[in-house]
Design a protein around this ligand. Sequence first.
Ligand code: HEC
Length: 410
Amino acid sequence: MTFAINWDYLRDVLGLLRWLHVFAAIIWIGLTAFFWFMESHLKTPIPGGPEPTDGVSGETYYLHGGIFYFRRYKGGPDHLPANVTWHPQWYAYGTWVTGFLLLCIVYFWKANTYLLDPSVADISPVLGVTICVALLAFSWLFYDRLSRWLIERERLLVSLLFIYIVAVSYGLSHLLSSRGVVIEVGAVIGTWMAGNVLFVWEPLHRMFFAAKSEHRIALDEGLMAISWQRAKHNAYLAPPVLFAMLGVHFSFVSGSRHAWLALIGFMIVGGLLRYFYIWRNRSRVIVAIPAVAGALLIALVIWLAPSTAPAPAPATALTAGDAGTTGGGDAAVTAGRAVFAKAGCGSCHTLTAAGAAGTAGPSLDQAKPSAALVSDRVTQGVGTMPSFSGKLSAAEIKEVATYVSTVAGK
Ligand code: HEC
């Protein structure tokens, strides 16, 4: 018996990192949301209340699980108690690290299938991956420098950052596959958010804690302003980045020819909804915001709808039996067409000859798989592609393999 590494299986298994990625992200965003909620509910303490209020700038009796919590000490108490709890930042780092590893495993590993699209740009996997990694690093430096420089010009800064994201999406749409664009834009924004934690809050907390321990009053106003600026940015960036991360699962977005613009549209919807909640937390309900977001959402859905009516056309074209156009009446090819339609391969794969335009899986026109590969994938399944053994007979699998390997890319 020979031992060989099954790389596809290994890649699938490494995809388990998603579990960790989503878990860490939920806690990160959840903790952030909780602090925003808390900030907006803390009230100036009432002197003569049940507790001493020295140094307390806000308090509330937050009821959770039968226990009351929460006070805010701006600048901290004069003498730092021994029981200070540090805000856990590991979830942010965990989210970024697992996210980057997933990017490597899912997109870089099979760059030709997932990241690149020769009909968009004919670049090598090495070049594509290098561009993606370099863009993450450059984007962080650009964002951080610009934000520090324009610390007092928030509106200008936000406009420039928005333009940057639009430009990046548009630029990438000329280099990467549409899924590649969606995930890379998400990674750029996710890197901003994680960078804020690592390069802004981490040093701030350490500095602040050290100063407090030495009984210095060390509220560096400049640093505090940057910290507050980044807190606002992260609050707004969370919904857009979530959309980008999930975007590849919406083939009407990631499969659209205008994926980059659709992505921006959905991100704006997310940002608007965040804006609405920020005002609502301050007890102002501005109905116009969700109304605009809703209108934009509907416009996007209409715009992205499949253009000409006959989406089910492939099925009819298949039964119409113009066998002469593919493989000159080869019985296996003709039979394979019917299997392709019956098994619903087209809901996930693009195959022009079959009129199929699915985008959940790689385009078969692009992959041009051999009959052996098709047969293997259909029998075993791979990643999110289910196994068809049991659903299709061995003969049918052979037929669909012959069909796909014959017509792909034609
Ligand atoms: C539920 C969606 C789905 C369906 C249905 C589906 N596939 Fe797939 N398929 C995928 C995904 C996703 C991949 C890529 C998996 C990976 O590499 O992680 C894939 C990969 C493949 C590959 C390998 C491509 C390559 O270059 O690595 C072939 C060939 C293939 N599918 C053929 C078929 C055929 C034929 C059918 C119908 C019998 C079918 N698929 C049905 C989602 C699907």
